[in-house]
Design a protein around this ligand. Structure first.
Ligand code: COI
Length: 355
């Protein structure tokens, strides 16, 4: 069935929903895909009319430039089901703005914000029965853009595909998290692409992460490219620490992603009267703080991970366990963030956008 809705895109609805096959009680992260996706192509210098269609494979030439030179960016955002059953998007405007920053850095066209927002809302509304309720559950939304021109020379592509698909998800990290402060490999250097959500940033992190896993760690905390002296971010989350009762978060920069969850958590800490410092933190300060018990908590914050307490940090081969007091700062913040997203606590900053 083709329904011509608004001028921006068409909707071609599936006739065979897969919803009944989903085990919503046992959702893994990122393995189940909702019925529909949004696709819009760019060529001749303009975005073509987009469409929402059944989720399915792309047909692409082996010479598509994304396969060779890596022009690929993405975003991660979530829709939540409130206590009253409503579905809301959490701060989508911030993800749209960051997506376009990533596009500019990777020499790709930006996506008009109004079309992006309209596509998100329409897609989530169409698949609203895929938005799970319950603790830890949400609809993860993955917008992305790839270079699609068939050409073997090195240059920015002339053609792109922008797409959005969604997945009902449970927790990203299950169980405890042990991280290693990475002192040899680098995620991002000044002047590079660290602040962009470029696919290649993640590809480059896989080998060091695999080595760390062999040593028994679940994740890395990256340090600066010059001297590996300053704490930057974890591969899938921004890092935060509680030092003598103060919430300390490394300042975002060219090499650190400006996380939407990070920004929200810092605002909530301020609302709750928790002292906050946004500053550089050295590995040395962290090591000493952990050794004498001044650093009582460490946690990662991100869309996929939400707020994930870190149980143990490895620095230069020595593991430092963390023992938060009860209630921990991270649990207070998670309660607040989750309460707002699920309509249990007043949305005083207008972060929830109904679909
Ligand atoms: C997110 O938190 O949404 C991310 O993009 C991190 C990861 C799943 C790649």
């Amino acid at each position: 069935m083709m329904i011509d809705t608004k001028p921006s895109f068409d909707i071609h609805q599936t006739e065979t929903s897969r919803l009944e096959q989903v085990d919503f009680e046992n959702l893994d992260f990122g393995r189940v895909f909702s019925d529909h996706m949004f696709v819009m192509e760019y060529e001749n210098g303009v975005w073509q009319r987009g469409k929402i269609e059944p989720y399915g494979p792309f047909t692409m030439s082996p010479a598509s430039m994304v396969f060779h030179y890596g022009q690929a960016i993405f975003e991660g955002m979530k829709a939540y089901r409130s206590e009253n059953g409503d579905v809301t998007l959490f701060r989508p405007g911030k993800n749209i703005a960051r997506f376009n920053q990533s596009a500019t850095r990777m020499c790709m066209p930006t996506v008009p914000e109004d079309i992006f927002m309209e596509a998100l809302a329409a897609l989530v509304k169409l698949d609203q029965n895929w938005v799970p309720g319950g603790d830890d559950a949400s609809l993860y939304i993955r917008p992305f853009m790839i270079a699609t021109d068939s050409y073997v020379g090195v240059k920015a592509s002339d053609k792109y595909a922008f797409s959005i698909f969604t997945c009902p998800v449970g927790a990203y990290y299950k169980g405890s998290v042990k991280v290693k402060v990475e002192r040899k490999f680098t995620r991002a250097a000044e002047g590079g692409t660290g602040y962009a959500k470029a696919a290649g940033n993640y590809a480059g992190s896989l080998y060091p992460s695999m080595l760390a896993r062999k040593e028994g760690y679940d994740q890395l905390i990256w340090t600066d490219a010059k001297n590996h002296e300053y704490i930057e971010e974890s591969g899938t989350m921004n890092a935060m620490f509680v030092v003598d009762g103060t919430l300390v978060s490394p300042q975002t920069s060219e090499t650190i992603l400006d996380g939407v969850t990070r920004n929200s958590v810092l605002q909530l800490a301020e609302d709750l009267g928790i002292p906050v410092e946004i500053r550089r933190i050295t590995v040395e300060e962290l090591r000493k703080g952990l050794a004498v018990g001044k650093v009582t908590e460490a946690f990662g914050v991100g869309t996929a991970a939400t707020i994930k307490p870190i149980d143990e940090i490895g620095i230069d081969g020595i593991n430092y366990p963390l023992h938060a007091s009860t209630p921990s700062v991270s649990s207070l913040l998670l309660n607040e963030l989750d309460g707002i997203r699920r309509g249990k606590i007043e949305d005083r900053h207008n972060w929830n956008i109904p679909v």
